[in-house]
Design a protein around this ligand. Structure first.
Ligand code: GLN
Length: 493
């Protein structure tokens, strides 16, 4: 018997077309799953009516033989995307009460493709974090548990942790995410799902709450590579409302999926053998190399000499841009307003921002304001921008020797909630393998490779040349076919 909530995008799409079930049945099944999974805290606002309305349209269109690419497919939306009439908070108190009067381009494209929305998903506040613990509405919990009998609640990763948890728990078949320094790939790795961050500019940033505009990219998260290709195809495309949008046609990624890597050269960057990396991550990486060889690829060793500067430079550039982007939350234009008795305008700004932003967001605003201040701008921000160029040049050099890169996605499996939280710098290390591709604007994807000794998912990352999402998808498909990852969290919620 088919359990509808176990189906992915392609299976729902095809089953719906073949008349095996109606879109309304699908939406109802997922709506019920969302309603029953409150313990995960993955969903901030459930939108069952949105999913049902889209399903109703799909069912009526099917009756007259009309199918759109995502007809009958309901999905989850990270709460960073504005959708008309549904609260968008970016998981921050400062946006409480804000109901967008406009639609993000990405969500608009998804609805036009026939998809419906199951809910707005929890995340790290303003997408700043790697564990979902910076959400103002409580952390998301991973459906996964360690196999050592411990009952510790684990992080689903971050910042797209509501998306990763919901997909791994089968309460949504797929979801959008955003990735500034790893927020699609790291949560995907932590929860045993796939996630792709496309080339910078592929997906419009219009209507996505801004964190660091030169790095932010929307992308697709789902349980397999094919579903990511389908979802991303519906999300991507030129948008005149985003000045950094890529004016190029969207390739037919799903149609060109192939796990045959004959003729492809895959680079292994030696600098990613990070100090102190657990042996099981190193072993998985070696296994990944063997799988890619088996798929016909040639493996070459490459060097990305400036890798170690990527993380420090990211934590100058991203906070700098964030401090500028978040200046708009002043109690006047959006959401929260804290107006103490007799307060003037400055006092209102200060009171609103003090009450509305979480600790990590404040830390980044202060850091960013500092590195942009006169006297320090050249010492920090300009230097970091130069490092960014060197990192991009490292990749350009590597592309002379190879077509794609294989690395682990994250330096560890999912950790327990509360574990490294005390030390913000330890948390930043989560992004050590994902940040460089973000700094260079390159497409990168995480695919599950296996389980850790404690029974937790581990991910492998493929980084591609600019515009080569297809290369990344295909290499991930080759890994997926060989990893045969079918492990699934046992239901406890
Ligand atoms: N964890 C990284 C950070 O905190 C990346 C976040 C993201 O990609 N949005 O900045």
């Amino acid at each position: 018997m088919t359990v509808i909530t176990d189906l992915g995008i392609a299976q729902i799409r095809d089953g719906f077309r073949n008349g095996r079930f109606s879109a309304t049945e699908v939406a109802s099944a997922f709506n019920a799953a969302v309603a029953g999974a409150g313990a995960l805290n993955a969903v901030l606002v459930a939108t069952p009516d949105h999913a049902l309305a889209a399903a109703d349209v799909a069912d009526r269109e099917r009756a007259s033989g009309v199918f759109r690419p995502l007809s009958g497919v309901p999905i989850g939306m990270k709460d960073l995307f504005c959708t008309v009439g549904v609260p968008a908070t970016a998981a921050s108190h400062i946006l409480e009460g804000f109901v967008p009067p406009y639609e993000s381009t990405v969500s608009g494209k998804l609805w036009a493709a026939g998809a419906g929305m199951l809910g707005k998903l929890n995340m790290d506040q303003f997408a700043m974090g790697s564990s979902n613990e910076t959400s103002a509405f409580g952390n998301v919990i991973s459906p996964w548990k360690r196999n050592d009998g411990g009952n510790a609640a684990l992080t689903p990763g971050g910042s797209s942790g509501g998306s990763s948890s919901a997909i791994a728990a089968h309460i949504v078949p797929a979801a959008t995410g955003t990735d500034t320094g790893g927020s699609i790939r790291q949560p995907a790795a932590f929860t045993g799902i796939c996630g792709i961050k496309p080339t910078y500019g592929r997906c419009s940033r219009f209507g996505i709450v801004a964190f660091a505009s030169s790095l932010d990219q929307a992308g697709a998260m789902a349980r397999d590579v094919r579903d990511c290709a389908i979802l991303l195809e519906a999300m991507a495309g030129f948008d005149p409302k985003d000045s950094t949008s890529l004016d190029a046609p969207v390739p037919h990624w799903e149609a060109a999926l192939s796990g045959n890597l004959k003729g492809k050269r895959i680079g292994i960057p030696k600098e990613y053998h990070a100090e102190g990396m657990p042996a099981e991550i190193e072993a998985l990486w070696q296994q990944g190399i063997a799988w890619l060889k088996d798929a016909g690829a040639e493996i070459v060793n490459v060097s990305l000499p400036h890798t170690k500067y990527a993380l420090p430079a990211y934590y100058v550039i991203a906070p700098a841009e964030a401090s500028s982007n978040l200046a708009r939350y002043d109690g006047v234009r959006y959401g929260l307003r804290d107006l103490p008795e007799g307060a003037g305008l400055q006092d209102m700004y200060a009171a609103t921002r003090a009450a509305g932003f979480g600790a990590e967001v404040k830390r980044r605003i202060m850091l960013g304001t500092f590195v942009l201040s006169s006297g320090y701008y050249d010492a920090y921000y300009t230097q970091a921008m130069k490092v960014r160029t060197l990192i991009a040049q490292d990749f350009d050099k590597a592309w002379e020797q190879c077509d794609l890169l294989l690395t682990p996605t994250a330096p560890s499996a999912a950790f327990g909630l509360g574990e490294p939280q005390e030390d913000p710098l330890a948390m930043y290390l989560n992004d050590v393998f994902t940040v460089p591709a973000s700094m260079a604007g390159l497409p990168a994807m995480s695919v599950p490779g296996g389980l850790s000794a404690l029974g937790l998912p581990l991910g492998l990352q493929i980084i591609g040349k600019a515009f080569d999402e297809q290369g990344a998808l295909n290499a991930c498909l080759a890994l997926e076919e060989r990893a045969g990852f079918t492990a699934r969290a046992e239901k406890w919620w």
